[in-house]
Design a protein around this ligand. Sequence first.
Ligand code: C2E
Ligand code: MG
Ligand code: MG
Length: 725
Amino acid sequence: MNEQRQNNSVVMIIDDDASTRMMATEFLSQAGFIVVEAADGLEAMAQVPLVNPDMIILDVEMPNLNGFDTCVQLRKIAAFVSTPILMLTGLDNSESIDLAYEAGATDFATKPINWSLLCYRVRYMLRASQASEMLKKNQMSLAASQRIAQLGNWEYDLLQDRLIWSDQLFQILGLKPGEIEPSHEALVSRVHSDDRSRVEDWINQQAEPGDRASIDHRIVLANGELRSVRQQMECTRNSDGTLVQLQTVVQDFTERREAEEKIHQLAYYDSLTNLPNRAMLQDHLDHCLSIARQNNHKLAVLFLDLDDFKRVNDTLGHAVGDMLLREVANRLQDNLRRGALESSLHDACFDSMVARMGGDEFIILLPSINDVADATSVANRILKVLSHPYTVAENALFTSPSIGISIYPNDGTTAEDLLRNADMAMYSAKRNGKNLYKLHSEAMDAAAQKRYRVDVSLRSALEKNEFSVFYQPQLNLKTGKIFSVEALIRWNSADLGTVSPADFITVAEENGLIVPMGEWVLRTSCEQTKQWIAQGFSINKVAVNISVLQFIRPDFPAMIESILEETGLPARYLELEITESLLANDTYGAVDTLRKLKKIGVELSIDDFGTGYSSLSQLKNFPINRLKIDQSFIQNVTNSKEDAAITNAIIAMSDSMKIKVLAEGVETQEQLDFLRNNGCDEIQGFLISKPLPAADIEANMMSVESLLDKLFAPDLSISLKTGTG
Ligand code: C2E
Ligand code: MG
Ligand code: MG
């Protein structure tokens, strides 16, 4: 504390003798103190709350309230409990000195007073009081921060054999401060029995000078509660290296540890089934692979997916779906546990792990198998136990799994490869009829692998914006004008490069993605056509291919209507190309849907006509505008009598039914001539133009039209080159 602060200190002199007060005021003011006077105890008591003195000089013998009683009264006021009080006694005897201390005085001085000495005394007393005040404050804030940080400490002085525990350490141990005598045994007895010898070793081991060593362990409170603590020790040695003191901080980190455990649980376990999740499986698989590599043994990954699980969710709701998944998880775990007990499967099931990858996908990891047969017998058991009926929320349910198996090292040496190959094999199991297992090695020929890759990449293609629409012009042979374009989807996959529709349309139909994809094509091509019309472009129709899967959805006509409304394209500009299979028999209520579509005002055509089983006579029942003769007939129309006859028959029949007929896949001038001579209305094919991006259609249309002008000019010797456009 500094002089400045002292100099501003207020000293109160309480004495009935005016000359003493005067002397005190004189000397103390000169020494820099602010002095306040009171003539007796009563006056002093009235003034202290207002003056709030830092120090009091108090005479003993006074009328009204004497010095001893004044002192006692002052000490009863909280603000003056530790204010330094110097008593002036005229009686130089030990009795009055004792009385002064008993009354609560800090010190005494005897009259007559040596005033210059007294000034030093006052200064010293103030300094001491301020120092102890500061110490008290520091101790209190240390105790508070230790309490907040749940930090206690113990100190062992080896020279004096003295052990001190802080109050907070008592509290960490579930005790009241001072409740028991601190001892090494008392501390160790509270350590969890499993941790005890470790803690004792740690204390005895004692760190190097200046080193800090720490240990984490559990303690058990009297009420049985378990807490986690960390002890950190610092050792002090004297100059010859003898250990003199151990200082140890004890921190209770139970809450943090519990939070960490919760985070771990959330990060590594699936909350629905409590099974390990993908991240945990990945870690564990990596670990098991390194062991398998070292010990040269096999490992199996079983990829399991429930068959038609989506139907359960869709029909009975997600809550029932979740319960079913939990039940499946239980059965899987039980089965592996029992497998581990049975001698026949002991090795395969021992240390196995079941994980949930998300949705209805589970992984079973068999870290050590003798041969493939171990994995297949586990798969067989699983097929059996999962196919027993389930009772979930009073519903009797059945489900079955499809399982794909990959084996280390045969089917892959990394976690990634093994998981992907097991997934591929599962995919093959699904395609082969479900409720069975497939080994990757047996299942995956090149074609299956390709289909699998397409399937996987296709799932994210739409959101990755990998699709585009190309347009192929359609030509009216009577007018020589382009009247329409067919919209054809194109896929440029980041993983697989350009994939042809032949390779992904059927996959999209199998996995259901054709529905959102088809809707996207519809919207894109309607928007494009609307734009062309607005630009005055001489196109008056766009034909869009529709999959059976789209067509049979009850909301299909409504979806068409809303796309037309959204894009602002008048219905007559849109033609839907459907396949013959829809007409073969009316199982899908096709007639009804077609009527609804007609009512909306869109045109309808039958694509790839001639390849299906419908007869021309059946067509009468359907409101169709156009038949598209399949390109396989056109290919040989000039050199196969049969194909020429079929083509002619389709042209003649559609003519009689007043349906337009379009020939697809026209590549040569000869094919064009044949079709024109035989009364075909329209053509489409590489001869006119390949399918092109929208921008190229706009750019090329001029050159196509000028070529057409020449083509349809009276001099027919000018011919088009194959692939023009
Ligand atoms: P499609 O509807 O019969 O379309 C005609 C196919 O023949 C197109 O193949 C087109 O590029 C091709 N082509 C056109 N002119 C010629 C030619 O002169 N010679 C030859 N050899 N081929 C020609 P692409 O684009 O590969 O489409 C194949 C099939 O995929 C389409 O047959 C259609 O069934 C389907 N598809 C294409 N886009 C979609 C779509 O957006 N939705 C649906 N559901 N199916 C689509
Ligand atoms: Mg088509
Ligand atoms: Mg076709």
